[in-house]
Write a protein that binds this ligand. Sequence first.
Ligand SMILES: [Zn+2]
Ligand SMILES: [Zn+2]
Length: 102
Amino acid sequence: MARITRLVAEGKFYKSGCWQNKRRQILERDNHECQHCKTEGKFSLATCVHHINHLEVRPDLALDDDNLISLCDGCHNREHPEKLADIEPPANAKTRMFPERW
Ligand SMILES: [Zn+2]
Ligand SMILES: [Zn+2]
């Protein structure tokens, strides 16, 4: 487990073989189906495996089945508002770069 924590700290976790294996295992467990959409009665193909307790917060749960859930892109983005916040500033910055002059 100490090894995993180190991989997380070094930012190499998602490239590690043990994550690739675990990810495949979780997608198979969830039938490659987004588990959020499923609760709303919709079907979406899961494209990623999300850490319910985020990896940065609980690296010790990095490979814990109960902490992993298959999600589609849309649901996954909603689980990470911090990532969307990262995307927005450039758009604002752009309008600020070309101010209306008249
Ligand atoms: Zn979904
Ligand atoms: Zn996630």
